[in-house]
Design a protein. Structure first.
Length: 285
């Protein structure tokens, strides 16, 4: 029984160790599966962000090219206006000279009208040049913004592109770890089950031994109790017999004494008669 008890204790400890190992392997498996899911989710997210960033970069490039073309067009128009303005300024100088050299009133009037037209044209060209230059400067700021956005988007694409193989490697590694840990979990579960089965058998045998020992102890106790009861009954019977015998002896003694007393009583009167007769004789004398 002592050996079975020690074996049961040993098996209980082995079962605890197996359960602990099984929980550890299950925890590691759960972490590996979770990492695989997070990596897969992260990879999908990266691919979506990468696709979005590439689309955004394409839109930025298209807008950038459009704005750049507009800027170049405005610059060409401003340059052309500047050339015309230069020509008109030259024409103005000539018109002023013609006006000064005009000898007749008609010639002066024609020169003055031409000068006025040229001055008006110069004002228009100056305003046009100014507007186009301002528009071009605004587009320069817009282009700078596009360049900055383009640079940021390109950096994001580079980061996402670099992150993608890392996530792919994590997914691959976590899948390998998951398969390995699943096998470890299966082994740990089987070991725990086997130890549990053996422990159940040993515990059952130990319980049977304990029950058998209890039954034997109970039988011994019952036999001892019966023997004690029998001895007590025997002692009581002997005591009762002794008491009965003593009572009988006492009764016999009492009966004998009574008989003696009766005999004594019977004998006592005869003696008295004899005494009376002797007394009479004496008195006669």
């Amino acid at each position: 029984m002592a050996s079975l008890s020690k074996l049961a204790q040993k098996l209980k400890q082995e079962k605890l160790d197996a359960a602990k190992q099984r929980r550890l392997q299950e925890k590691m498996l759960k972490e590996a599966v979770s990492l695989s899911r997070r990596s897969s989710s992260g990879l999908l997210s990266v691919e979506r962000r990468l696709e979005y960033s590439k689309g955004k970069l394409g839109e930025i490039n298209a807008e950038f090219n459009h704005v750049q073309a507009r800027k170049e067009s405005l610059e060409r128009l401003a340059s052309a206006a500047q050339e015309r303005l230069t020509q008109e300024i030259t024409a103005k100088d000539q018109a002023e000279t013609d006006l000064q050299n005009a000898e007749t009133d008609g010639a002066k009037q024609i020169a003055a009208e031409r000068l006025a037209q040229i001055i008006q044209k110069i004002q228009e060209l100056e305003e046009e040049t100014k507007q186009r230059q301002e528009a071009a400067e605004k587009l320069i700021k817009v282009i700078e913004g596009f360049k900055k956005s383009k640079s940021q988007t390109s950096n994001q694409i580079q980061k996402q592109t670099k992150l993608k193989p890392v996530l792919l490697n994590q997914i691959k590694t976590s899948k390998i770890d998951s398969e390995r840990l699943r096998k470890h979990v299966d082994i740990a579960v089987k070991k725990e089950q086997n130890v549990s089965k053996i422990l159940d058998v040993v515990s059952k045998k130990l319980e049977e031994q304990i029950a058998r020992k209890r039954r034997i102890a109970a039988k011994k106790a019952a036999a001892k109790k019966a023997a004690a009861k029998k001895a007590a009954a025997k002692k009581a019977a002997a005591k009762k017999a002794a008491a009965k015998k003593a009572a009988a002896k006492k009764a016999a003694a009492k009966k004998k004494a009574s008989a003696k007393m009766r005999v004594a009583k019977k004998k006592t009167p005869k003696k008295k008669t004899t005494t009376k007769k002797a007394t009479k004789k004496k008195s006669r004398r």
